[in-house]
Design a protein around this ligand. Structure first.
Ligand SMILES: Nc1ncnc2c1ncn2[C@@H]1O[C@H](COP(=O)(O)OP(=O)(O)O)[C@@H](O)[C@H]1O
Ligand SMILES: [Mg+2]
Length: 354
């Protein structure tokens, strides 16, 4: 049980030197689990003095035994300070962090974060099978705003996907209350919070890249090619995959569309806007996607170009009930045969001529 091991850490620290830094357990009480991912488990915690509820990301024990040089340690500390200084309404806030030794050779990192209350974008897409165009636009605008802040701070997220986009939903109090976006009738505001970024350096680059290869639907071609000098353009590709998934409910690259293999599809930038799924979606949305899913990072849009794209300016005819659509298809289910017929859109064909 976790409670036992935490008691152990606590005791270990108390018996240690006087000038030992504060333990996570001095400041917080752990509560129920909120989620898990590749590298960590996320739990709720309560601040012992203020009673505030936070989320704490607990990393699997990491070997520490003397491997990091003084220089590396300083770099890591700078990196953590940068993350702690992040302050944007669409990015999960870092509150503090603790490194707790387990024994001489390994330690556990506790990252204290702002708690986000309404789950993952992933679940919202699953529940509705896909999102309406205006709803997607309202969410996506926020996502790009947060991403711009990261990119302006020279932080590459590298793992943009619906599981890492969290939502904070404020309920609507009356029918007269004007909603902040194209949300469900009972929602006043849906706030996007980007989570799970900037941590590659803490987990170890190798481990990070390997794990990414385990979820290849969300991987940029230059990462597959292992060029190593990734830029912020990696996030733009992933944002393109995400936009595609929001609007139709299935990913642009997958083994269900093979041949060629998903890897080949990504490397070649081969995807299509299949009929009937894309029939009702405006050409400008397709245009934006086609500017994001460009295999050459240099030719791919940057964050500002994405934000300035005319899809966002386009007035949406309301489509509030659009999300409860004819086809009820979860994200994970394999695609019907129509997908293999490859109704490649004009935009794609034009791009391939280039
Ligand atoms: N600040 C938070 N508030 C609420 N839930 C969170 C928070 N951070 C993470 N979670 C939940 O925990 C899951 C895993 O967290 P994440 O940071 O993505 O870890 P990993 O790096 O292991 O993927 C998320 O997908 C989400 O469901
Ligand atoms: Mg995650």
């Amino acid at each position: 049980m976790f409670a036992n091991s935490s008691a152990y850490i606590f005791r270990y620290l108390l018996e240690g030197q006087e000038n030992m830094p504060r333990s996570f357990f001095d400041d917080y009480i752990l509560q129920q689990q909120l989620g898990t991912g590749h590298y960590a488990i996320v739990k709720e915690a309560r601040d012992r003095t203020t009673g505030d509820i936070v989320a704490v990301k607990i990393f699997h024990p990491n070997k520490t035994g003397g491997s990091g040089s003084e220089e590396e340690e300083t770099k890591l500390r700078q990196e953590m300070n940068l993350l702690l200084s992040i302050n944007h309404p669409n990015i999960v806030k870092f509150i503090s962090h603790y490194v707790e030794p387990i024994n001489e050779y390994s330690s556990t990192t506790y990252l204290v974060l702002e708690k986000v209350n309404s789950g993952e974008l992933f679940q919202r897409i699953i529940n509705k099978s896909k999102l309406g165009q205006e709803e997607t636009k309202s969410l996506y605008r926020q996502l790009l705003g947060g991403l711009k802040y990261l990119h302006d701070s020279d932080i590459i997220h590298r793992d943009i996907k619906p599981e890492n986009i969290l939502l904070d939903i404020s309920p609507r109090t009356s029918r007269d209350q004007k909603q902040t976006g194209a949300w469900d009738e009972n929602e006043y505001d849906v706030r996007v919070k980007i989570a799970d970024f900037g941590l590659a350096k803490f987990i170890g680059e190798r481990k990070f890249t390997n794990t990414l290869c385990g979820t290849p639907a969300y991987v940029a071609p230059e990462v597959l090619n292992n060029t190593r000098n990734y830029t912020t353009k990696v996030d733009i590709w992933l944002a393109g995959v995400l936009l595609y998934v929001c609007l139709c409910g299935f990913p642009p690259f997958s083994d269900e569309l093979a041949p060629p293999s998903m890897r080949e599809q990504i490397l070649a930038g081969k995807y299509a806007f299949y009929s009937p799924y894309w029939d009702k979606i405006s050409d400008s949305a397709l245009d934006l996607i086609s500017k994001l899913l460009v295999t050459d990072p240099q030719k791919r849009f940057d964050i500002q170009q994405a934000i300035d794209h005319f899809w966002f300016a386009e007035g949406g005819q309301e489509e509030f009930n659009y999300t409860t659509s004819e086809q009820e298809r979860p994200l994970t289910e394999s695609q019907p045969i129509t997908l293999l017929q490859r109704h490649t859109s004009e935009i794609r064909e034009k791009k391939e001529e280039d």
